[in-house]
Design a protein around this ligand. Sequence first.
Ligand code: PPE
Length: 305
Amino acid sequence: MPIEKTDKIWMDGELVAWDEARIHVLTHSLHYGSGVFEGIRAYATADGPAVFRLKDHIARLFDSAHLFLMDIPYSPEEIVEACKETVRVNGLDSCYVRPIAFLGYGEIGLNPLPCPVNVSIAVWPWGSYLGEESLNAGVRMMVSSWRRMDPNVNPVAAKGTGIYINSSLAKIEAIKSGYDEAILLNTQGFVSECTGENIFIVKNGVLITPNLASGALAGITRDSVMTIARDLGYEVREESLLRHDLYLADEAFLTGTAAELVPIRSVDDREIGPVGELTRKLQETYFAVVRGEVERYRDWLDYVG
Ligand code: PPE
């Protein structure tokens, strides 16, 4: 997806011009995937742009860094403020926000401990991640031949740049096979998640998503949707799912900051059917929540000011 340029990028405490936000080719993270990042969205609301669950995303960024023994040279509060400042100076009503902390230039080799840690925050307008039509019509999924990494191969709770090669392999396979997106099973054969989204099914009126022991990321959209569904009175369960549970689901959808809430139309060519009632209700509520239209969840919004 081509990136739409904006004006300024926050780099190590300074706002620099978009085209000046450069790094050296011997940056450690380029060679060894030693970075951690977040994907966040700011939405237009009646009170101006607000970043959705910003503090939760930044807490996860620091958790990711902790898992790799990376010392981010700022406090979470400073990064929260820097995200808001970057949205503000670029004058955008709604945008995607991408903070990244990465090992920089100065050391090479597999001991990352002496490397400097650099931090940057870029923002840009980003439409529907899986295509404009995806939100309405849903997507066609395939179960990938690639497995989600075992938690003893990589800390799967971390949003680490290097570990996304697993997602990219699955995505390439899905696209080249004519599908929109891939679902990854873990090494034990249980459903884990998608390349950049969590997965949910509805069966007999109950909302079910793989538990975190499946290797799925603790998605913030996943958490928001589970909370909203419970508040609407639905039963929500986190449990192990097999691939046939996907084929036999009454409804299915995926969640992620970039993708938002996207219905699943079919899995491995097994039709799940037209977009289900609960999926549609959760999707509508989610969009109302991120736009600040539901009082109960106003705490999730961080107004840019
Ligand atoms: N699983 C994975 C592997 C993942 O990357 C994401 C976010 C999620 C689940 C959902 O998490 P959350 O956004 O907190 O609900 N993927 C981000 C990166 C996408 C990208 O292409 O880059 C995102 O949605 O921003």
